[in-house]
Design a protein around this ligand. Structure first.
Ligand code: NAP
Length: 337
């Protein structure tokens, strides 16, 4: 593992984009326990999530900036003086990426280039001064060439999101090869938590199940129930991000559980948590939620991360879904008080 050599800087300093998102919050909490000085990039004049971030990570320093605006990213780096940069900011919802393809390209793809350029300008061309993590995605595999997918599997993205992430992935490698940047990508398979956005299927189900239990809604509308994914817990996955940046030599890693589950299984577990075994009457299939181009079964081979980083997921699928349903029951009950 690399160590802090500069005596004048007492703690490592990390700059996180996407701090208001699911992973940003877990990563910020993890780095706080490790004694980092943490800087988070927030966008907008009056971002409503600022109070929530400050409550969850009290030591954080928030900086204004936008992945569409290079000068704001350079400004953030000048204040943060980071040893490590975690670029988690993105339009991250695959479904939205078809409706707002140009914006997805602007933020999820070009935002990575701007962050790398900001780091290059900030370090005056010596990109070995800062370690850079890019949040790549299993959606880059799309129409999969082999199963399970590993670091050597070819990409065939099937959505504007997947295409944008593939650009971000390769431009990160390109800066490593062109400028000697200490930069790497984590090819992360789906990871969920009670902090997942409500638009994602796991959270949509956990929240709907909680509301059905409390008599607040009578069904949930979903797309293709046959879809299979490799779902892990976000808290485990941010640990992998951190471990990747602690290595002497930086490499790209697949981070996954290696297990695949269908939406049917997700529904079985979520409804059984509220003692409903026959859930068919509560679920409707709605063509609006089918993707224009579906990806195949995504399942990751994370053996390289297991071997070289010593990383393994701790939370299993059932535990994850039950955790999410329990948290949503608590959330929905608190709204009724
Ligand atoms: P998330 O909850 O959707 O968070 C996305 C973050 O990006 C939010 O903080 C959002 O800020 C920020 N953002 C959006 N547009 C921005 C802009 N123009 N400038 C600056 N920030 C902007 O995503 P997540 O689940 O935490 O995922 C973190 C990263 O990992 C993303 O890049 C995602 O694509 C990638 N990833 C996620 C998964 C997964 O399963 N979760 C899997 C593979 C890869 P606002 O709050 O202001 O909107």
């Amino acid at each position: 593992m690399y160590s802090q050599s500069e005596q004048c800087i007492p703690a490592k300093r990390a700059l996180i984009t996407g701090i208001t998102g699911q992973d940003g919050l877990y990563l910020g909490q993890l780095l706080a326990t490790k004694g980092y000085e943490i800087f988070g990039l927030v966008r907008g004049q009056s971002n409503p999530k600022i109070a929530m971030v400050e409550q969850i990570i009290p030591s954080i320093q928030l900086l204004e900036g936008d992945l569409r605006d290079l000068s704001s990213l350079i400004g953030a780096m000048e204040i943060a003086q980071p040893n490590e940069i975690y670029n988690l900011g993105a339009i991250s919802f695959v479904g939205l990426s078809w409706k707002q393809a140009e914006l997805t390209g602007e933020i999820t793809a070009m935002g990575v280039l701007r962050m790398l350029e900001a780091a290059r300008i900030h370090t005056q061309g010596d990109m070995s001064k800062v370690r850079f993590y890019q949040a790549s995605s299993s959606e880059m595999f799309g129409k999969v060439r082999e199963t399970p997918q590993s670091e050597t599997t070819a990409f065939h993205p099937r959505s504007p999101y997947g295409v944008a992430k593939t650009f971000g992935h390769y431009i990160t490698i390109n800066y490593r090869e062109s400028y000697g940047a200490l930069a790497c990508s984590g090819i992360l398979f789906n990871h969920e938590s009670p902090r997942r956005g409500f638009e994602f299927v796991t959270r949509k189900v956990s929240n709907a199940v909680a509301r059905i239990a409390l008599g607040l809604q009578d069904h949930v509308a979903l797309g293709n129930l046959d879809v299979r994914r490799d779902w892990g817990f976000a808290g485990d996955y941010v640990e992998a991000m951190w471990l990747m940046l602690q290595q002497e030599e930086l490499h790209d890693y697949v981070i996954a559980t290696g297990e695949t589950h269908s939406i049917w299984e997700l529904l079985d577990i979520a409804f059984s948590r509220i003692n409903i075994e026959n859930w068919q009457a509560y679920v409707r299939q709605d063509p609006r939620f089918f993707r224009p181009a579906e990806v195949d079964v995504l399942v990751g081979d994370a053996s390289r991360a297991w071997k070289e980083l010593g990383w393994k997921p701790k939370v299993g699928f059932r535990e994850l879904i039950e955790m999410m349903v329990d948290a949503d029951l608590e959330l929905e009950r608190s709204k009724l008080r």
